[in-house]
Design a protein. Sequence first.
Length: 132
Amino acid sequence: MKLPKGAVVAVVDGERLVMFRNTGDGEPRLSAIPTPAVDDAGSGSGGHRSSAANPDNDTQAEDGFANGVADVLNRWALSGKMDELVVIAAPKTLGELRKNWHKELQAKLICEIDKDLTGQSGDQIAAAIARA
């Protein structure tokens, strides 16, 4: 995929957010940008409870983090800090993020990739975007 210059790339899993801005023309060339603070105090969209099917609170914590990331990205979209956005997230996290997108963010979202790439380098993430 061709990535517009200046597009923001958010790489997310249930615990981490890493952000980049594309400095390339067409072909992705990612430069890391400061990661905003994420308020992960909220519970997930379903308010998951511990049970036999969910033996610990990891799901609740991951969903809360995804909600916090969605809030950050929504604020960036509403404030004009980005014109285009690519989100790369672990599949479960991406599902949780989608539940919380604001219409303004949805209008700026140019690609979603459902992979966990938070531990990858900028070059590896750019290659994944190029293949999308």
